[in-house]
Each structure stands twice: as structure tokens, then as C-alpha cells.
Design a binder for this molecule. Structure first.
Ligand code: PLP
Length: 426
């Protein structure tokens, strides 16, 4: 079989099964092309993408401005490592710092690396600024978190499958219930060695759990009281996904003034990934102000590819698209429409318990036991009807289309979804 031979779906799946490690269980569909909100399989069937690569493709597939920035930069200079300067990194750092309202940025490649970076930054700050005794720093995290797949990150996960037989685990983490301010206050009050609180503004992987309206602001206030860094993992919720530039929406440049339902919170440390590149290249970043970021000195941390010129060019273009195409506002409006339409259906249905989410990060909870395969079967039927989504944690299906969707397209998708769900009513 020559490299350029067009495979059938079955051939592509067979190759992955035979030669690839089985670390994922993909929905059986083999994609070969993407444009905007659509993807096509190798047989030519067209689908709405309702996952957006876990919210990496917020700007739509193969956005011409982002791809063009990448191609241009790839033809000029791709990688210098940080052993030398390049003329794109500083431009990008200034752009992103002004865009999100922080003093400094530390560039990495994947979300998990950025989370690791934030944890290291927090610990160093704890010893050198807060004055915690050597090796005593603790970082508070939430039950059912998802922050990535490294050995340290899975050490504080409670996903049994992600943890099993990967020990020994990293120490220094305390888990508390999500959306529980009392639990946070208790742990901060009773433990002077807490250095940071790492939190997702909405728990995406866990099933799109939206905390109470005042949770983030009050958690931030508690962190201030106890001199603890508030670390927001916005790898999935950031970059306009939830109807604002950031779900925490600190001192940001977002023009969307109708997003006042939850108060603005400025994290001490902001973690970004996924859509910061529009899904065309692995780019992640940690942002913080000088009093925190100053603890990082030459040799403390790094990455060969982090901050490379292609990443810098791509991220600037991807953020410009978010701003120029008003994607936060579109996500806000379409998200409201989506939940309203689905709620109309749910009122007369016994197959879906509820829809929840913010902006275009939503999920439905299927009315069945957690270990049933109903959600998986619904996703197979959605696929057959031209829409791709994936279950997250048993009976929950996440719906997160690219933010460049139009109202007409969204209503078309609501039709596909409700028509499909009706097949499963009993
Ligand atoms: C996806 C995700 C990560 C990990 O990102 P990778 O690029 O897959 O390493 C971390 N945190 C959150 C909230 C995520 O959704």
C-alpha cells in the first residue's frame, strides 16, 4: 500500500488497531478533510463537528487566516530553540499579554505541559515569595478534575483508568469537592502550606459541570485572604468557548458586554492551550503578573519547541480571528439558543434528563444508568445522521461545535440532535 493511496474507513481503522497503541477508543469514523464547522470522512460523507477536537478548533477547521500564517512562517523560520532569540516570540508574547491582561507569558506546547508549568511556578513562588518551608508546599485541586495526562497530573486525578498502575504518584496535592466554597475555606484555614488552588472554571471532561455563579469570584477572594495563588486551567473553557474570551474573564480585551451573568475574576496564573492555536498546531501558555513570574530564572524550565516562531505566528493569527469574528459573542448567543431549543425538546422527552453548559460548551445527560451504552449508541446514530459528538463519562454527551457556526447551522444541528434522540425514546 503506497503512502498516498486513499484508504477506506475500515482500512484506516485496521491500520490504527494493528500499529497504534490502543490508548483511545475513537468513534468509528475516519476523517480526511475539514472546513469551518464541517468535516468529511474518507467516503465523502459530510458531518457537523460537535466536538471541535475538545474545543481546540474554536475558530473552525482550517481557518484560512491561521493556516496562511502558519504556511508563511513555516517557509521562513520554524525552530531556533530558545538557545537563540527569534523575531516572532517577543511579538507574540506582547500580543497575548495585552490580549489577556497579564505582564508575562511562558510558552509551552500542550495543555498538560502548561499545567505542569503552572504547578512548578506555584511551588517556586511558595518557597521564594510566600516563604513556605522546603518541600512542604501543597496545591489544592478539585475532585473529578481533568488537567492532562502526565505522571504528576494523574497523581491528583480521580479517574481510576487514568491512574491505575501508573504509580508511584507525586505528592503535594489536596483534593476538595468542586463548587464547594466551605471545603476550600476549610483547607486554606487549616493548612498554612497551601500555595495554590488549581481549578477549571467549568469541569469539561467531568461532564460540563458549571459551578454556582459566585463560585469563582468567592474562591479567588478566599485565595487572596490566605495568600494562595488562584490558578485557572482554561485550556478547554478559554478562547471564547463559554461565550466570553475567558470563562474567568479577568481584565481581558473581550468586547462582549452581555456576558455579565458571572462576575469577572482575574486569576493569578492563567493556563491556556487548545484553541489558542485554532487547532492547527500545538500551542499552550501560562500567563501571570511579574510578582509571580519573576521567580522563573534561566534553566528553571523550558521546552525545545515552546515559543517557536510557527507557534507564535499561529497563536497571534488564531487570537485575531477570535477578536475580529466576534466569536465570544457568537458563542454566547448561539449557546443560549441551543439550550433553549434543547430544553423545549427535553420538556416532552424521557430520554434526556437535562442540558447544561455555558456558551457553546454544553452537555446533555442521558436518562439511563452511568454504565449503560446508550450515550455511545446515540453518538453512533448522530454520526449516521451527520453530526459528530462523543460521550464523556458514561451517560453524558458533550456538545461543543466550532464557534464560527451560524444560527441557521445551529438550528439544523438541533434538528439532527432531536430527531436522533427521538429514535431512542421508549
Ligand atoms: C485538554 C485539557 C488539558 C490537557 O491538554 P493536552 O493538550 O491534551 O495536554 C488540560 N486541562 C484541561 C481543562 C483540558 O481540557
Amino acid at each position: 500500500m503506497a503512502v498516498l493511496d486513499q484508504l477506506t474507513s475500515q482500512q484506516a481503522i485496521d491500520l490504527e488497531n494493528k500499529y497504534g497503541a490502543h490508548n483511545y477508543q475513537p468513534l468509528p469514523v475516519v476523517l480526511t478533510k475539514g472546513e469551518g464547522v464541517f468535516v468529511w470522512d474518507v467516503e465523502g460523507k459530510k458531518y457537523y463537528d460537535f466536538l471541535s477536537a475538545y474545543s481546540a478548533v474554536n475558530q473552525g477547521h482550517c481557518h484560512p487566516k491561521i493556516v496562511s500564517a502558519m504556511v508563511q512562517q513555516a517557509q521562513t523560520l520554524t525552530l531556533t530553540s530558545r538557545a537563540f532569540h527569534n523575531d516572532m516570540l517577543g511579538k507574540y508574547e506582547k500580543f497575548a499579554c495585552e490580549f489577556f491582561g497579564f505582564d508575562k507569558l511562558l510558552p509551552m506546547n500542550t495543555g498538560a505541559e502548561a499545567v505542569e508549568t503552572a504547578l512548578k511556578l506555584c511551588r517556586k513562588w511558595a518557597y521564594e515569595v510566600k516563604g513556605i518551608d522546603e518541600n512542604q508546599a501543597e496545591i489544592v485541586v478539585c475532585e473529578n478534575n481533568f488537567h492532562g495526562r502526565t505522571t504528576t497530573i494523574i497523581s491528583f486525578s480521580n479517574d481510576a483508568v487514568a491512574r491505575e498502575n501508573f504509580g508511584p504518584y507525586t505528592n503535594g496535592f489536596i483534593k476538595i469537592e468542586y463548587d464547594n466554597l466551605k471545603a476550600l475555606e476549610e483547607v486554606l484555614k487549616s493548612n498554612p502550606n497551601v500555595a495554590g488552588f488549581l481549578v477549571e472554571p467549568i469541569q469539561g471532561e467531568a461532564g460540563v459541570y458549571v459551578p454556582g455563579d459566585d463560585y469563582l469570584a468567592k474562591a479567588k477572594a478566599l485565595c487572596e485572604t490566605y495568600n494562595v495563588l488562584f490558578i485557572a486551567d482554561e485550556v478547554q473553557t478559554g478562547i471564547a468557548r463559554t461565550g466570553r474570551l475567558l470563562a474567568t474573564c479577568g481584565n481581558c480585551s473581550c468586547e462582549n458586554k452581555n456576558c455579565s451573568e458571572t462576575p469577572e475574576v482575574k486569576p493569578d496564573v492563567l493556563i491556556l492551550g487548545k484553541a489558542i492555536s485554532g487547532g492547527v498546531y500545538p500551542v499552550s501558555a501560562v500567563l501571570a503578573n511579574d510578582e509571580v513570574m519573576k521567580v522563573i530564572k534561566p534553566g528553571n524550565h523550558g521546552s525545545t519547541f515552546g515559543g517557536n516562531p510557527v507557534a507564535a505566528a499561529v497563536a497571534m493569527a488564531a487570537l485575531e480571528v477570535v477578536r475580529d469574528e466576534n466569536l465570544a459573542k457568537n458563542a454566547f448567543e448561539l449557546g443560549n439558543l441551543f439550550r433553549n431549543e434543547l430544553n423545549k425538546y427535553i420538556a416532552s422527552s424521557n430520554i434526556v434528563k437535562l442540558v447544561r453548559g455555558k456558551g457553546l460548551l454544553n452537555a446533555i445527560v442521558i436518562n439511563d444508568t452511568e454504565d449503560s451504552d446508550t450515550a455511545w449508541n446515540i453518538c453512533l446514530a448522530l454520526r449516521d445522521n451527520g453530526l459528530l459528538a462523543k460521550p464523556t463519562h458514561g451517560n453524558i454527551i458533550r456538545f461543543a461545535p466550532p464557534l464560527v457556526m451560524t444560527k441557521e447551522q445551529l438550528l439544523d444541528c438541533v434538528n439532527i440532535i432531536t430527531k436522533t434522540l427521538k429514535q431512542f425514546e421508549n
